[in-house]
Design a protein around this ligand. Structure first.
Ligand code: CA
Length: 238
């Protein structure tokens, strides 16, 4: 099954180039030239496997489109790459705060785009289970419960919604409990190689993850000047 890409972009020449290139790479591309139509298509069937979103749209700002995509259950986990002409760090941070999985600044090469898309799609595919046979697939740590194959997380029996990236950040920290992970290591292992990203990206996402974890956030410790560490044992929470 070819993967379906939704391109929300108002520049006709870019839509044409990207659709042609992505089609040649084997993707099925749907495009919409404004935010409202893009949102409508994103929520319709068949669902897109990945969304490419321009920041500057004629009707609704791309940031608002991203916010709406992330707040809807149908699209909250859909890989989302923001595409923008503006290169400022502030946009990148805003993009990640809104739950975008990656960020591309115009002009970019089609090769760069397809590499990023493949990386984001790979991350969105749940990793094969590492749970030994015969054991429950759910891991419990204090009030936190993680179903890795099912891609679900509960805090005190209440399910919380994490983006694919937040889930990967949480499980990466969790798998390496008790060991400090530097921002650089997390960037490389959670985000993959992306020279545009800075260590601030990690801080932004850890902040979002902690907000969602609520009372279970105590298990994710900041190690000043180094990075982050998931506690070794739930009792370690003060
Ligand atoms: Ca635009």
């Amino acid at each position: 099954m070819p993967q379906r890409v939704l391109l929300i972009e108002d520049e006709a020449d870019l839509v044409e180039t990207m659709s042609w290139s992505l089609g040649r790479e084997g993707y099925t591309v749907d495009s919409r030239t404004n935010g409202a139509d893009g949102l409508e298509r994103a929520l319709a069937d068949p669902p897109p496997d990945l969304i490419l979103l321009d920041l500057m749209l004629p009707d609704i700002p791309g940031t608002e489109v991203a916010r709406q995509l992330r707040s809807h259950p149908r699209t909250r986990d859909t890989p989302l790459i923001m595409v923008t002409a503006r290169a400022e760090e502030i946009d990148r941070v805003v993009g990640f705060e809104l739950g975008c999985d990656d960020y591309l600044t115009k002009p970019f090469s089609m090769r760069e785009l397809t590499l990023r898309m493949r990386a984001v799609l790979r991350r969105a595919t749940p990793a094969p289970t590492a749970v030994p046979e015969g054991r429950s697939e759910q891991l419990t740590f204090g009030i936190l419960r993680i179903d890795a194959p099912g891609h679900r997380v509960w805090v005190a029996d209440e399910e919380i919604a994490l983006t694919a990236l937040e889930f990967r950040l949480l499980t990466t920290l969790f798998e390496r409990r008790g060991r400090v992970q530097t921002r650089e290591v997390l960037l490389s292992d959670v985000w993959g190689m992306n020279p545009d990203l800075t260590t601030r990206t990690v801080d932004t996402h850890v902040k979002r993850l902690r907000e969602k974890l609520g009372p279970a956030a105590v298990h994710v410790e900041t190690v000043r000047g180094v990075g982050y560490r998931f506690q070794d044992r739930p009792e370690d929470a003060g």
